[in-house]
Ligand binder design. Structure first.
Ligand code: ZN
Length: 124
């Protein structure tokens, strides 16, 4: 058997998995990575420009570091805030985004889904 890189495991040809837990953890290590994913998938394909509803134009957006750790991006032209979690199940949730994303990963990576009790046990 050839040597295996434990930090970068390769999927066996026989595996039916398309997205492993290791790949999930690499892509979403923390809440900021999850928020950035929501921002890019919902509003900004390049992570910097998005359609500003107030200016009604494609504008440059920035995420300013605030003491409150605001989870929003701000239009650099008019100051309008866009919250990537607005209108989703993640909005105003006290559960961290990475746990929400992990729940989504579990639900979509198992054939029979996952029960609420199973989620509760795996988070505690
Ligand atoms: Zn604007």
């Amino acid at each position: 058997m050839p040597p295996v890189d434990r930090k970068d495991p390769q999927r066996a040809k026989s595996s039916s998995s398309r997205y492993s837990l290791m790949e999930f953890m690499r892509e979403f290590p923390d809440d900021d990575a999850c928020l950035e994913h929501l921002w890019r998938s919902r509003f900004s394909d390049d992570g910097e420009h998005a359609h500003c509803p107030k200016c009604d134009k494609r504008r440059s957006f920035k995420r300013y570091a605030t003491a409150q750790r605001r989870q929003s991006w701000t239009c650099t032209a008019c100051g309008h805030h866009i919250q990537p979690t607005a209108g989703t199940i993640f909005h105003k949730s006290s559960t961290s985004l990475v746990l929400w994303f992990y729940a989504c990963y579990l639900m979509t990576s198992t054939k029979c889904g996952v029960s609420a009790k199973h989620l509760e046990r795996s988070w505690a």
